[in-house]
Design a protein around this ligand. Structure first.
Ligand SMILES: [Mg+2]
Length: 218
């Protein structure tokens, strides 16, 4: 039994638990060849505070739907993604330590389902998409906790379980993890693609094998 250093440990998904994608959204848009200028416009409007996350999310869903995205093309798009080396060992070791495990991610639930990750986690916050019996994209719901709101997600979880923030840790890889890295008691930039995250996080761990974060967590 490993020793618990934190009571709540939260993970990002794309680029952290799952490899060969920076963001699943990029993977989907690239695969379906949606309009780059329109994608960039939506991202910039969100980042400038002109659009809500939901507006950005629904804009991207519309672009994908118009490009013919359905269950089979989306599964095809994510078929090249693989689990980060050492991910399951890492999650099992953390569970074994008795810490609560959470996902706070702007990825999609289909990615977590693809790899059977849900069983490892007590709480999962992700974007949702669903399909009808013909495989058409028929339902979607954005996560309340991406980018700056990832920090809100971690704070809400900690409050719910009565865990002080200094007993929380977060592991992520990119710019959308900066806000949550700031509020977590301890933060790890893993497989890091953002200078700002590298500067914000307590430690930086190179990508390749997620087990390398374990010495900091248990
Ligand atoms: Mg990520």
């Amino acid at each position: 039994m490993s020793i618990k250093r934190f009571d709540l440990i939260a993970f990002d998904v794309d680029g952290t638990l799952v490899d060969d994608t920076v963001f699943v959204w990029e993977t989907l848009h690239d695969h379906h060849r949606t309009d780059r200028a329109s994608r960039d416009m939506a991202f910039e409007k969100y980042m400038a505070g002109e659009w809500s996350y939901r507006q950005w999310f629904e804009h991207d869903i519309r672009l994908l739907t118009e490009a013919g995205a359905n269950h089979s093309t989306i599964q095809e798009a994510i078929s090249g993604m693989r689990l980060m080396e050492g991910a399951l060992d890492t999650l099992a070791a953390i569970r074994n330590s008795g810490a609560r495990l959470a996902i706070i991610s702007g990825s999609l639930d289909i990615v977590v389902e693809k790899f059977g990750l849900a069983d490892y986690f007590d709480d999962i916050y992700l974007n949702h998409i669903g399909f009808d019996s013909q495989g058409r994209l028929s339902e979607w719901e954005p996560t309340p906790y991406d980018v700056c709101d990832k920090a809100t997600g971690l704070k809400d979880l900690a409050r719910r379980y009565g865990i002080p923030m200094e007993r929380t840790a977060f592991i992520g890889d990119n710019f959308n993890d900066v806000a949550v890295a700031r509020v977590a008691g301890f933060s790890i930039a893993f497989n890091c693609k953002s200078d700002e995250l590298a500067k914000t996080a307590d430690v930086t761990v190179p990508g390749g094998d997620l087990r390398h974060v374990l010495p900091y967590l248990v």
